[in-house]
Design a protein around this ligand. Structure first.
Ligand code: C2E
Ligand code: MG
Ligand code: MG
Ligand code: MG
Length: 292
């Protein structure tokens, strides 16, 4: 009962440990077994074409459904998995699950679209990511063009030959490459020139301020121009308001992702969303006159 549990907790959480350390300690113990216990799942967040207002893809986002604490954010547990050296393994599960799910949606007759999967630094540099992706694609039967891999600029990608070789290996499989969280790292410009990328994803921090701070707007404007001149497409993440959306359309950004259209959703909720060909949220905002 709660009382007994409470006593147990009291003993377990020694007063010297602060709350964050207690939580961390507990999560480190639990996260080791989370995959075998089937506690990981993927949420999916739609990505929309700003030209057609159609869903062009989804981003797969890892969640941990903890038996006691419920859904836990990846920001909390991915660093733990990395420390434990378990992220390659979990990342492979993410790839496999996301590719299978996409193939299954297509088999159900839903309009085909891309699935974007985030890769961690460990996954990228340890093991053989090119082989892993090739195997996962073959096993799932998903055509490579429907898989997009997101590499975050903050994951300490270096500009070595190794990095470029791996990226070329992935490109040769026919999958797309996106540089995630763009604008937050230090060597953005040289990355763009040297890496065989298809898309850049403008970091959420710029989106937050784009309609209120001229500096953020100037950065977004420059990123979009740069992308265009390098032949890359651009997606903006963290779009929460009609004003942000309007700004992106004016600036001819090609895609967007954010709470304005949809939060990340459990897989079971996607078919309904994917079947609704026109985007109710965006269209109604437009007929409202809130979006030009
Ligand atoms: P990310 O790849 O940049 O993913 C976008 C994050 O922004 C997601 O957080 C998403 O829920 C959130 N987001 C989307 N739209 C909005 C919005 O309009 N406003 C705000 N405030 N937030 C928005 P989430 O799911 O908590 O994931 C956080 C990060 O964890 C991801 O950032 C990614 O770096 C990492 N991550 C998630 N799943 C995986 C995975 O399977 N593998 C790896 N390696 N990393 C993952
Ligand atoms: Mg991402
Ligand atoms: Mg991002
Ligand atoms: Mg981000």
């Amino acid at each position: 009962d709660a009382k007994a549990q409470g006593r147990g907790m009291y003993r377990f959480f020694s007063p010297e440990l602060n709350e964050a350390a207690q939580l961390r300690h507990m999560l480190v113990n639990d996260v080791r077994h989370a995959r075998q216990r089937g506690e990981f799942l993927l949420y999916y967040q739609p990505q929309l074409s700003l030209a057609s207002h159609q869903i062009s893809g989804v981003e797969a986002l890892l969640r941990w459904d903890h038996p006691k604490h419920g859904i836990i954010s990846p920001a909390l547990f991915i660093p733990l998995l990395e420390e434990l050296g378990l992220m390659s393994d979990v990342g492979e599960w993410v790839l496999r699950t996301a590719c299978r799910q996409n193939a299954e949606w297509q088999a159900q007759g839903l309009p085909p679209m891309r699935t974007a999967v985030n890769l961690s630094a460990q996954q990228f540099y340890r093991g053989n990511i090119v082989k892993t992706v090739a195997r996962v694609l073959e096993e799932s039967g998903l055509e490579p063009k429907w898989l997009e891999l997101e590499l975050t600029e903050t994951l300490t990608l270096d500009e070595s030959e190794t990095t470029i070789e791996i990226m070329n290996g992935l490109k040769n499989l026919g999958v797309g490459l996106t540089l995630d969280d763009f604008g937050t790292g230090w060597s953005s410009l040289s990355y763009l020139r040297r890496f065989p990328l298809d898309r850049i994803k403008i970091d959420r921090s710029f989106m937050r301020d784009v309609t209120t701070h001229e500096n953020a707007a100037a950065v977004v404007h420059s990123i979009l121009n740069l992308a265009q001149s390098l032949g890359l497409t651009c997606i903006a993440e963290g779009v929460e308001t009609a004003e942000q959306l309007q700004y992106l359309k004016q600036q001819l950004c090609s895609e967007m992702q954010g709470f304005f259209f949809s939060h990340p959703l459990p897989a079971a909720e996607m078919p309904t969303l994917l079947r609704a060909a026109t985007l109710a949220g965006l269209s109604s905002a437009e007929s409202d006159g809130t979006v030009a």
